[in-house]
Design a protein around this ligand. Structure first.
Ligand code: SR1
Ligand code: MG
Length: 396
C-alpha cells in the first residue's frame, strides 16, 4: 500500500494518526474512529485507533527522533522503525503465529502500522498482577529456536545470511545496549539510577574486578559475534500474552548477534519478576525459565537434524557445542540484564513497584547478588535447574 505523495517526518498526534489511517485506506472514509496514544515504553509513540462500529482496531507505532525516556537531549535514529518492521516481517516468515501482522510501514514517517493486540496483555504487567501464562515458555522457546536457527548459517546459505545481516546493521540501538546493559551499571556512570541505601552494594560491584573481567567478555561477545538475527530487547514488556496466545513485539533493537542474548534477556526478566514475588509464588517463573530452555533446545535440535544447510552439521558433537555455548552465554547475559534493570537507567516495574521500602531494597540486593553469581558462575552451570538453586543461595 502506498501513500500518494512523499511523506515528511513529523511526530503524529491522535488526530493526524487518524488521518494517516484513513489516507492509507485502512478504514473506509466516514468510519467513526477514536484514537489514543498508549505508548508506555521508553522510546516511541503508539497510537491505538478503533472503529467505533465494529470495535476493530489497528496500531500505528512511530519512532521519535530522541529517546522518550530521557528527552530531546538524547537523539536517536529514526531508522529503527525500518529495522522493526523488517524484523517483524522476517520473523513472520518463520513464526507468523508469534508476531503481529504488519499492514504498512513508511521509512520517512518512521511508522509501522500493525495488528491490534489489545485482546492480549503485556506479559510484564500480567506477571506483576500474579498471572502465570501457562504457554509463555513453550511459545517463546519455539519463537527463539526457529527465528535464531533459520536466520543463522545453519538455516540459510552463507551468502543469504550475510545479505540479511547487512540489512540489520543497527549501530545506534546496539550502542544503547552496549552502554546500558554491559557498561554503565558496572562503573560510576551518570546514567545509573539507584536508591542511596544501595550505594554500598553498588560500589562493591564497581570495585569487583573479577566481575568486570567476566562482564567485559560478555560485552565482547555482544559486540563481535553475528550468529543470527536477534530480537535484541526481549524483555517481558516486549511480549503480549494471554493464557492461549503469545506475540513478540518491538524488535527495533534487532541485529545479528550471539544466539544466547535473547534467551538471556528473557530468563532475566522472568527472574526479575520472581524476585518481586513471595517465595511461595515463584515456582511458575522457575518453570518458565526451565521450559523455555528445554523447548528451545529440542526445537533447535530438530531443525538442526532436518534442515541444516551447513556441511559440518552431522559431525558428532557440533550441535552440542553450539547449544552449550548458547546456554552458557545466555546465563551470563541474564546476569548483566538483572543488574542493569536494578541499578541502571531503565528499571522494571516488577522491582520498582514493590511498595514496602525494606522489601524493595532486599529484592534489589538479592537481584544484584543473583546477577553477579550468574555472570561469574556461568561456565560451571550445566543444567538449567541450577538457576533456581542459585536464586535460593543468593537470597541472603
Ligand atoms: C534509552 S532506552 C532504555 C531501554 O529501553 C529499551 O526497551 C531497551 O531495553 C533499552 O535498554
Ligand atoms: Mg521496546
Amino acid at each position: 500500500m502506498a501513500i500518494s505523495k512523499q511523506s515528511v517526518y513529523e511526530p503524529l498526534t491522535e488526530s493526524t494518526a487518524i488521518s494517516l489511517a484513513l489516507r492509507l485506506g485502512l478504514f473506509p472514509e466516514g468510519t467513526p474512529l477514536t484514537c489514543r496514544e498508549i505508548g508506555d515504553g521508553n522510546l516511541n509513540l503508539v497510537f491505538h485507533i478503533v472503529d467505533q462500529n465494529t470495535n476493530k482496531g489497528i496500531i500505528i507505532k512511530q519512532a521519535l527522533p530522541y529517546a522518550k525516556v530521557v528527552g530531546e537531549s538524547w537523539p536517536l535514529t529514526l531508522k529503527r522503525a525500518v529495522i522493526e518492521s523488517n524484523a517483524l516481517r522476517t520473523f513472520a516468515s518463520y513464526v507468523p503465529e508469534y508476531v503481529p501482522k504488519v499492514y504498512y510501514s513508511d521509512e520517512s514517517l518512521a511508522v509501522t502500522v500493525m495488528e491490534d493486540l489489545s485482546h492480549l496483555q503485556i506479559a510484564r504487567k500480567g506477571l506483576i498482577e500474579g498471572k502465570t501464562y501457562p504457554l509463555l515458555s513453550q511459545h517463546i522457546g519455539e519463537f527463539l529456536a526457529k527465528t535464531l536457527f533459520y536466520t543463522s548459517d545453519f538455516g540459510l546459505n552463507q551468502q543469504q545470511k550475510k545479505q540479511l545481516a547487512q540489512s540489520f546493521v543497527n549501530p545506534e540501538l546496539c550502542k544503547i545496549t552496549e552502554d546500558l546493559v554491559f557498561t554503565d551499571p558496572f562503573f560510576d556512570h551518570d546514567t545509573n539510577n539507584f536508591e542511596e541505601e544501595l550505594r554500598d552494594d553498588v560500589e562493591a560491584l564497581w570495585n569487583d574486578s573479577a566481575l568486570k573481567l567476566e562482564t567485559a567478555k560478555l560485552k565482547r561477545k555482544f559486540l563481535t559475534e553475528g550468529d543470527a538475527l536477534l530480537h535484541g530487547d526481549l524483555h517481558t514488556g516486549s511480549i503480549f500474552a494471554s493464557d492461549e496466545e503469545t506475540k513478540v513485539i518491538d524488535p527495533e533493537f534487532a541485529f545479528y548477534g550471539p544466539i544466547g542474548f535473547d534467551l538471556g534477556q528473557f530468563f532475566a526478566n522472568l527472574l526479575l519478576n520472581a524476585l518481586s514475588r513471595n517465595e511461595e509464588e515463584r515456582e511458575p517463573l522457575f518453570v518458565h525459565v526451565e521450559k523455555t530452555w528445554k523447548v528451545f533446545r529440542e526445537t533447535f535440535s530438530e531443525l538442526w537434524e532436518n534442515h541444516n544447510v551447513e556441511t559440518y552439521a552431522k559431525v558428532p558433537g557440533f550441535l552440542q557445542e553450539v547449544l552449550d555455548k548458547a546456554f552458557t552465554d545466555a546465563i551470563g547475559f541474564a546476569g548483566c540484564e538483572i543488574i542493569r534493570r536494578t541499578i541502571g537507567l531503565a528499571h522494571v516495574a516488577d522491582l520498582d513497584g514493590i511498595e514496602e521500602k525494606e522489601k524493595r531494597l532486599n529484592a534489589k540486593r538479592h537481584a544484584l547478588r543473583l546477577g553477579k553469581t550468574l555472570i561469574l558462575k556461568r561456565e560451571s552451570i550445566s543444567e538449567i535447574q541450577e538457576i533456581r538453586e542459585l536464586f535460593a543461595q543468593t537470597a541472603e
